[in-house]
Design a protein around this ligand. Sequence first.
Ligand SMILES: [Zn+2]
Length: 279
Amino acid sequence: MAELGRLGLDRSWRRVDAPRVTRAQLERVHTAAYLDEVERVAPASGVYRLENDTYMSPGSLAAAQRAAGAVVHAVDLIMSGQARSAFCATRPPGHHAKPGDAMGFCIYGNVAVGAAHAMAAHGLERIVIADFDVHRGNGTELMFRRDARVLMADSFQHPYYPRGDFPERSGYIPLRLQAGEGSAAFRALWSDALPRLRSFRPQMVFVSAGFDALRGDPLAQIELEPADYRWLTHELRDVAEAHGDGRIVSTLEGGYGLPAIGGAVAAHLMALGDCIARA
Ligand SMILES: [Zn+2]
């Protein structure tokens, strides 16, 4: 937020507070038992460890509810014509969360909750999810594995976290990057995938916007520059313009190289459009 302010982007974008997600909105992608557990264990003080990498502090439940609620609200703003695009400047991230488990800092599957809302509440039938976080969006992929309405393209460092099988299938396009690769490999992989996304004729495009493939990120070894995020965002907007009236919702996933990710987020926003939802 400091970097967006320094660049004046906080003035050119309309800022909207993120509401809390509802239980019914979460139940479209999560099990009732898991949702009960998260609410039950949320600590009033100290920290609670949900799984290996995912902790809850006293503020975590509200933050997670607003992170998922932001994506839902962004969908509603766009579908009601109040915005054409939105960026959810929220944490915790969401793309590792499974239907019945937290994973990898993620509590609720934010982008999946938003995509499910777009289909259930607004009747959309073709959704593209583009995940450029450096880690595989395994949770999102799992949630829509049997849903032909969703096509997901996912670039990630491999082999890396999380391990496991991820065969290419009709609804999932894995784009593997090796440690040390950078702009050229990233753009080549996405250039191959983009025509497939376009031919799916998505009515809305969602972006799992992680910035941990940025050069210097402490958790990964991919060497992207801010200009790579601007390039891909432009391309994804083109996909959204083709059949979805430009409808595009981006939500923050990972990215740990502070303050450097500010510049990458700014490059993403310059290519994206006109609304920030902030938890
Ligand atoms: Zn990540």
